[in-house]
Design a protein. Structure first.
Length: 377
């Protein structure tokens, strides 16, 4: 079985991170995760000291050795955003030496390297077209220099995973597979205890997550006004103007809740709200739909090509329908709970890890990717 080396940012365990995918691979593979502690001109002296302290705290440790005995966490310091060839050469040597040192230390032999960040230009110098894989993540504010580095890295790797086909980088001439972030299906689908903050003495419609300008606040105001006997719960950081929604007596904004409580809230209200403005959505926003589906709770969504793929198990607002009417339709949609959960299961980190493991076995057997990658994903 192949040994895996991931080169990325600091190890962080959260529901949407690539580390969730890595931990699912540990039953089949040993993994080294190398965090690139990057020092830039933007960092203050205090921030530099903090990063250096982090480097020494993880540079020679394993992560949760009892739970993850196949996982080894290490770190290197890199000088990013300094494009002088001599600096990039130093960075390359530091990282190359670290990989060789750790491979010898743990006896890694049949190695596949995964690159999970592109803001270090010299990574494309290290990539091996025979086995290396690049995970490409992006957001709308991505820098042009980072885009160039990402394209160069993808060109050197055997295969590139991209989170969405909407990436601003043109990968059309490269070997690319779309691998969207997964969801924590087990914790979302298992019945959870009712949380504090609301009761079910009347119908409850809720939204769990960050409130941004991508939400159609006007639709929420209309629904809360038209349904005075309902309770509307919003659990998450508010990053947009709430308007009169904050003044309505049946609307409640809770303090920010950790992601581990998502199932407790979404399972125990009657309808999950998904009133997004369609043209403003990206793939990260649509993960929330998969999380809602995993809980089995009825969903009231606005129209979008992505939500329409699930019209057989969720309630989608019609062209002439008030959002309050969509919510009322969703309230009676309890018979399709298992179907919703069934639709979400392929989006779990566990399912994505099975697919990725199949691909790793395929690559390390030196088999061609021709006509193979579409059958894997």
């Amino acid at each position: 079985m192949a040994d895996l080396i991931f080169i990325g940012q600091n190890w962080e365990k959260n529901s949407k991170s690539q580390q969730n995918l890595v931990t699912q691979l540990l039953s089949q593979h040993r993994v080294i995760w190398i965090s690139c502690t990057c020092l830039t001109s933007r960092h203050s002296f205090k921030e530099v000291i903090k990063k250096i302290n982090h480097y020494f705290s993880v540079s020679d440790q394993t992560v949760e050795p009892v739970q993850y005995e196949q996982l080894f966490l290490h770190s290197v310091i890199q000088l990013s955003e300094i494009n002088l060839p001599i600096i990039q050469s130093v960075n390359e040597k530091i990282l190359t030496d670290k990989i060789k040192q750790l491979s010898l230390r743990y006896g890694f032999e049949k190695i596949v390297i995964f690159y999970t960040q592109s803001n270090l230009p010299y990574l494309s110098w290290l990539a091996d077209t025979s086995t290396d894989i690049y995970f490409h993540s992006w957001h709308r504010s991505i820098k042009s220099s980072t885009m160039r580095a990402a394209k160069a890295l993808a060109a050197k790797c055997l295969l590139t995973f991209t989170e969405s086909t909407d990436s601003p980088i043109d990968f059309d001439d490269l070997s690319t597979i779309e691998l969207s972030p997964g969801i924590d299906y087990p914790s979302l689908s298992v019945p959870a205890k009712h949380p504090d903050g609301f009761d079910n003495t009347r119908p409850v419609a809720g939204y769990f997550g960050k409130l941004t300008n991508k939400l159609n606040i006007e639709l929420l105001i209309q629904a809360a006004t038209a349904l005075p006997n309902w309770q509307f719960i919003f659990a998450g950081e508010v990053k947009c103007k709430k308007g009169v929604l904050d003044e309505l007596p049946n609307v409640q904004f809770l303090e920010v809740k950790p992601g581990c409580l998502a199932s407790a809230y979404t399972q125990n209200w009657d309808v999950s709200l998904l009133p997004f403005i369609p043209e403003d959505l990206d793939h990260n926003d649509l993960i929330l739909l998969q999380e809602y589906l995993a809980t089995g709770t009825p969903i009231a969504a606005t129209q979008h090509p992505y939500t329409c793929n699930y019209e057989q198990c969720i309630s989608i607002q019609g062209s002439k329908e008030l959002y309050s009417q969509t919510i009322q339709r969703a309230l009676s949609d309890t018979s399709r709970q298992k179907l919703r959960q069934q639709m979400a299961k392929p989006e779990s980190w566990q399912s994505k890890a099975v697919q990725l493991n199949d691909l790793i076995i395929h690559l390390t057997a030196n088999q061609s990717l021709t006509n193979r990658q579409e059958s894997l994903f």
